[in-house]
Design a protein around this ligand. Structure first.
Ligand code: NCD
Ligand code: ZN
Length: 357
């Protein structure tokens, strides 16, 4: 990584957690991710979810068809775990180079997770298989019990489910996705190197006050929900710590404005378009630009045991004004809007395509 006060040039980053959706919205948003990231771990929570090798293969094809011609981008596919997914699907899926990881959604924990796992104790055969295959397990770490407060769901999950899983499967590689609490930071730091965590840009910028600033801000509503300021501070410290157990995963999760701004709005923040600038703001504010490249471009690939990207990207210190919305034509020919994270704000770095230092 070369950097000066005016230019940052870093090894091409990867996004280790992204929702690319399907259909018209897929076409509209993939270029944003593909322009910056070399690879991305693609979440399988479509409707219906990606539970077979064929559906993953077809989905990968549709993603690649949405990547602009001149861009090289590799989508890494994940299998959506259900109560009765056969371990064979994982075994063959890995062998055929289709699945890079498996995703565990506790049933009903988040968007499109109704078919997720209803009881973690039922999937021992799957966890054993993942451990044996060396296929990482990616976890949405929140309990779904209605009697657990929504702000405590991550901490309770760690104690009740994550710790026992790690104890029973010490060789299993696990990513605790999109962590949001100091509890998660401490737990990941003190666990073995087989546990890592992704951190999103929005959890580094927002606390729960921001979600209710002057009224309910549906654009800041995501799951796991943003937490108290002390948790945001702990996440910023973790992301910029230089520790290899924390790496980039945007959890960019677009929903159209009409699905966000309604009486029961969807959880998810679309941040792919300016994610890298968003992270850079945080690393600069924390005086940790020297830690940026490892977080964005090295630690994730090492954890997944994949080679590092050899290309690089360059950003220059030049204001970028984030648009208020992106419009796209949906299947029914109507125009729909997606509101990006940082809408209307000015960020201080711009992506320089093809720029030489
Ligand atoms: C994600 C989505 O919309 O698919 N939403 C979110 O708030 N992050 C699902 C998820 O990752 O929880
Ligand atoms: Zn997600």
């Amino acid at each position: 990584m070369k950097n000066s006060s005016q230019v940052i040039s870093l090894r091409k980053p990867d996004d280790w957690h992204v929702h690319l959706r399907d259909g018209a919205i897929l076409k509209a948003i993939v270029p944003h991710t593909a322009r910056v990231f070399g690879r991305a771990i693609v979440m399988p929570n479509l409707r219906p979810p990606i539970t077979t090798i064929d559906s993953a293969r077809e989905y990968r094809k549709r993603i690649l068809q949405s990547v602009p011609d001149e861009i090289e981008f590799t989508p890494l596919m994940t299998a959506y775990l259900t109560d009765d997914l056969s371990p064979e699907v994982l075994e063959i899926g890995k062998e055929e180079g289709i699945f890079t990881a498996a995703k565990l959604y506790p049933a009903n924990a988040t968007t499109n997770s109704a078919e997720g796992v209803s009881d973690i104790r039922l999937i021992d055969n799957i966890l054993e298989t993942l451990q044996r295959l060396g296929l990482p397990l990616l976890i949405h770490g929140e309990v779904v019990d209605q009697d657990v407060d929504i702000f405590d769901r991550e901490a309770v999950f760690i104690e009740k489910y994550l710790e026992p899983i790690l104890n029973r499967y010490p060789e299993l590689r696990v990513v605790l996705e999109h962590i949001t609490t100091e509890d998660a930071v401490q737990f990941v730091e003190s666990s073995s190197a087989n546990l890592a965590a992704t951190i999103t840009p929005h959890h580094l910028h927002l606390n729960r006050n921001a979600m209710f600033d002057g009224g309910f801000r549906s654009d800041f509503y995501c799951l796991p929900v943003v937490k108290r300021e002390k948790h945001r501070r702990a996440l910023r410290k973790a992301a910029t710590s230089g520790k290899s157990c924390f790496f980039l995963g945007t959890d960019s999760a677009p929903h159209t404005r009409s699905y966000k701004e309604t009486s029961c709005g969807c959880a998810g923040i679309f941040n792919a378009a300016y994610a890298i600038q968003s992270y850079i703001e945080v690393f600069e504010q924390e005086n940790a630009i020297s830690k940026l490249e490892n977080f964005c471009s090295v630690y994730g690939a090492r954890f997944y045991k994949l080679p590092l990207n050899s290309d690089s990207i360059t950003l220059i210190r030049q204001n970028t004004i984030v648009p208020n919305s992106f419009k796209f034509k949906s299947e029914d020919q109507s125009y729909q809007e997606i509101i990006p994270f940082h809408a209307g704000q000015t960020l201080s770095w711009s992506l320089k395509e093809g720029f030489e230092m």
